[in-house]
Ligand binder design. Structure first.
Ligand SMILES: [Zn+2]
Length: 305
């Protein structure tokens, strides 16, 4: 039998990953409400016969028997996943979707009870065992979801929350990246709640240097503070000012950088100037600059009264 986690690992694209989550959810919901934990693998699947000239297993999962329909190459579960993934892809529904993979001492209440279904920001969620869950959210919803989690369960929750985009382009399989993320979490104990921020495949596959520089793993409260700062940044500076700042900070020649920094400060409003000065952004490392601008994409819109 393939487990819930096995099904997730078979996802080739972000659309397939999101579709798998939704199909698993739908099947678990049909069986019971709220779902028992851990979420069971789908029922009604027959093990495939051995390979032969006349038939063999499903061409996607290589485990279950294909459905008796034309073309009979996929099992019912894979057929459902591929059909929904095609729709999600066609309608751009998987873009901007972010995965939070949790490895925790206890499941958050809303996942254990199924209450997350009332939260419109959650695009899908599955529990794979008593210490692991996956939540799919819109990129901008990560901030609110994390804030709520820390507010209600931050004192009891321990472990690692890994945040990464569902879609990684044609060169990376979403299931394999999830496998890497799950493998890396084994280094962490249940002594505190950490957040691993992995905005690109390079962070997942070749993140050792960034990890040593302290640019991947953070204490959860520290990470929340960084997101709050990014939200303030979005509220205070216009998008073209943000881009101009990024360009100015990327200048490597000291004299040129000083010249353009002075010009830039003269262009922005006083509150933005005060904010950047207080943060001492020019003293940050290039890695810290990249991290901050990545975080801005995940920050919620902060309404200034
Ligand atoms: Zn299959």
């Amino acid at each position: 039998m393939l487990s819930t986690f096995d099904w997730l690992l078979r996802s080739r694209t972000g659309a397939e990953l999101l579709a798998t989550v939704r199909v698993l959810e739908r099947r678990a919901l049909a069986k019971s409400n709220p779902p028992p934990l851990p979420t069971p693998a789908p029922d009604g699947l027959q093990l495939a016969p051995p390979h032969s000239g006349l038939g063999g297993p499903c061409l996607r999962c290589w485990f279950y028997a294909p459905q008796a329909a034309e073309p009979a190459v996929y099992c019912p579960m894979c057929r459902s996943v591929l059909s929904l993934a095609a729709w999600l892809h066609k309608n751009d529904k998987a873009k901007q979707t972010v995965i939070i993979w949790g490895f925790v001492n206890q499941l958050p209440q809303e996942l254990a009870t199924g209450a997350y279904r009332a939260d419109k920001r959650v695009r899908g969620a599955v529990v794979t065992d008593h210490h692991h869950f996956l939540v799919a959210l819109y990129q901008r919803s990560v901030h609110h979801w994390l804030r709520k989690l820390l507010l209600y369960e931050g004192l009891e929750l321990r472990g690692v929350l890994s945040i990464f985009p569902a879609e990684h382009g044609p060169h990376y399989r979403s299931g394999e990246l999830l496998c890497q993320v799950a493998y890396q979490e084994r280094r962490f104990a249940f002594d505190q709640l950490r957040v691993r921020f992995l905005p690109t495949p390079q962070h997942i596959l070749r993140g050792h240097k960034l990890e040593r520089e302290g640019l991947i793993t953070f204490d959860a409260v520290q990470f929340m503070g960084m997101l709050e700062s990014a939200a303030v940044f979005r509220a205070v500076m216009l998008p073209d000012e943000q881009q101009a700042l990024r360009k100015v900070l990327a200048i490597t020649d000291p004299n040129e950088a000083q010249f353009y920094w002075g010009r830039f400060l003269g262009m922005i409003p006083p509150e933005a100037k005060d904010m950047l000065t207080a943060w001492k952004v020019r003293q940050w490392s290039p890695g810290q600059h990249r991290l901050f601008f990545e975080l801005v994409n995940y920050a919620a819109i902060h309404r200034v009264a």
